[in-house]
Design a protein around this ligand. Sequence first.
Ligand SMILES: Nc1nc(O)c(N)c(N[C@@H]2O[C@H](COP(=O)(O)O)[C@@H](O)[C@H]2O)n1
Ligand SMILES: [Zn+2]
Length: 403
Amino acid sequence: MDNFPVVVQADASLPNYSQENTFLMRPNTDGDSPPKEKVGTDFDSRMMQRCLELARRALGRTSPNPLVGAVIVKDGEIVGEGFHPRAGEPHAEVFALKAAGVRAQGATIYVSLEPCNHYGRTPPCSEALVKAGVAKVVVGMVDPNPLVAGGGIARLRAAGIEVLVGVEQEACRQLNEGFVHRILYKRPLGILKYAMTLDGKIATTSGHSAWVTSQDSRTEVHQLRAACDAVIVGGNTVRLDNPYLTSHQVGVHNPLRVVMSRRLNLPENAHLWQTADAPTLVLTEEGANPDFQQLLFKQGVEVVELASLTPDRAMAYLYERGFCSVLWECGSTLAASAIAQGAVQKVLAFIAPKIIGGSIAPTPVGDLGFTTMTQALSLERVRWRVIGSDCLVEGYFPQTSRA
Ligand SMILES: Nc1nc(O)c(N)c(N[C@@H]2O[C@H](COP(=O)(O)O)[C@@H](O)[C@H]2O)n1
Ligand SMILES: [Zn+2]
């Protein structure tokens, strides 16, 4: 716990974009800063909002790629729409061009992320747009991917196409905050979520925690899980709460359920390995409890042994697997060490108007070793909203770039 303040290494190969990274994840409405100058017309904004709506259809399914939507407009009417369904499949622009057919010629395309300009799993969209003869491209945000990073816009302009950049930019960035964080920091965005009472307790002294918050808040958490690539808990949470960690909605994405356990001293009949609604991955250390590994294997649970099991090591591993966002739903000890190791960038605290009392009932974040208030970690870009009878407070740890 000696690496405060929370510092995450930015990618030094991204000078232009990483200089801006303090506001990349700024929420759309954050009361404490002056309104930004609006880019484009109200019609442009509406079309870009439609792009975001389309992009959200693939929520939780596109990593390591971003969520992207595209709309083609000709003579004031939508003639084609598309979204990126998952990595390896065509980009949003290609689906929209296919839907528009010849009507794309001379039309305006709205796209929530800069068109790509490189050969990845798919060919460059910039070339497809030039070939289709579109007259104008309206872009939500510049792509932070160094393989694109303004190159798509430059290519379109070089071909004589008018390009407008930054329509509904904050909303576009917000939707892809995990993707942006992944590109800039080479780690998934870590989101710590907890539910506590008004007096800061996450359970009673006997460990009873069902339920701290209202059904409305729990539904919000299910939606949050649907948007994340993975949700992590420690062995203690499995032993005490026996959670499902799914999005609880038919046809909606479920995150990979990840358990961190050094010794694999886990219950044999946990819901996580007895329900097939979502895949489960157990992260452990080399040589841990081979009998239990065998049991997990028989239940179809993936087990990965890491040399040393720490939050940062787990995040590095999940980055390598292509993840953009990871939800920490763990207990206080793991939460403290995840924060200390810079594995958490965003905090979501659900606060219920209840009081448990006492000094022994558990709190959401374990000991961080602080002795003075000046050491307390302050969140920025904080906003809050009422959910049913609860309050959700949301904020970000400052990202101090060492690049
Ligand atoms: N503009 C745009 N639209 C989409 O639908 C996209 N998926 C992207 N993604 C960008 O291209 C990279 C992935 O390329 P491949 O799918 O491997 O060809 C991704 O990292 C983004 O930079 N962009
Ligand atoms: Zn593309």
